[in-house]
Design a protein around this ligand. Structure first.
Ligand code: ASP
Ligand code: MG
Length: 276
């Protein structure tokens, strides 16, 4: 989700699938880190939070201008994203003035990354329908973590997609609390878990996770030479690799895929070769 090139590839990949598909998107690359960094500056009373915020505005505007030609669709998308950015600016201003940020506020702040990227991807993939995953991905609080409330989520996902559009675009990562409806999320890298939960609920044929590496390697190909891509790996082996530091898939997504028997495929969004 980093560049015009990768977004164009996503569009091609999705449009080449000749059956209904749910596209689960993460925030534009680096944005979640930036949302968090901006919060930290604002709560510390550091004026530089405004520069960080402006950089996020520029990033979103830049992507919108690059992928959507000028015209009504462009203006409609820009208006939607700007409305979200205005809200976010006010929230940061409040955090800066009060010098306080509760968990609830932090969760709302990080939700904007996926809320904006899903609007952008949905506008880019013409004819797609955009959803708000907080309406069907529900979490419960356990030991200070928000975990997917799977019974409720399955029911709501089935209900939401009872009439499947050809292409649905869904923000990953974000969710809401099953009890009070507050905005929550599935933890860093949580879009993978959103995708697996939806695939499991809909009994999807498969769940493909597109990333910046071509699959699961015996070691991180970005750091180690002579690594080998694995054609296949069991869920348990994948969990083992993750415990050794592999970051290719979010651990909870692998646990969920194992539990609900969802076949996962990890592949590159930039290089269309068979993945793992
Ligand atoms: N945007 C979130 C993160 O950076 C979730 C994800 O990318 O899967 O952690
Ligand atoms: Mg990821």
């Amino acid at each position: 989700m980093g560049s015009v090139e990768s977004l164009t590839n996503v569009k091609k990949i999705v449009e080449n699938i000749n059956e209904p598909v749910v596209v689960v998107v993460s925030a534009l690359g680096g944005i979640t880190d930036r949302l968090i960094r901006t919060s930290q500056l604002a709560v510390a009373g550091d004026d530089n939070y405004r520069n960080e915020f402006d950089a996020m505005v520029d990033r979103h505007h830049g992507i919108i201008d690059a992928v959507i030609p000028t015209g009504a669709a462009h203006d409609a998308l820009k208006a939607k994203v700007d409305a979200l950015l205005d809200e976010l600016r006010s929230i940061y201003h409040g955090v800066y003035l009060i010098r306080d940020m509760t968990q609830k506020t932090a969760n709302v702040i990080v939700s904007y990354g996926e809320r904006m990227s899903s609007q952008i991807v949905s506008a880019f993939i013409e004819g797609s329908q955009c959803y708000d995953s907080r309406e069907f991905i529900k979490t419960v609080r356990k030991q200070n973590r928000n975990l997917v409330d799977f019974d409720v989520t399955i029911r709501l996902v089935i209900q939401t997609f009872a009439r499947m559009p050809r292409i649905a675009v869904v923000p990953g990562f974000i969710a809401s609390d099953a009890n009070d409806g507050e905005t929550t999320n599935l933890g860093r890298g949580g879009s993978d878990t959103s995708a697996v939960a939806i695939a499991a609920a809909l009994h999807a044929d498969r769940c493909q996770i597109f990333t910046d590496v071509e699959g699961v390697y015996t070691a991180d190909p970005r750091k180690v030479r002579n690594t080998r891509k694995l054609d296949e790996i069991t869920f348990d082996e994948m969990l083992e690799l993750a415990s050794l530091g592999a970051q290719v898939l979010n651990n909870r997504s692998v646990e969920l895929a194992k539990k609900y028997n969802v076949e996962l495929e990890v592949l590159s969004s930039l290089n269309p070769v068979p993945g793992t």
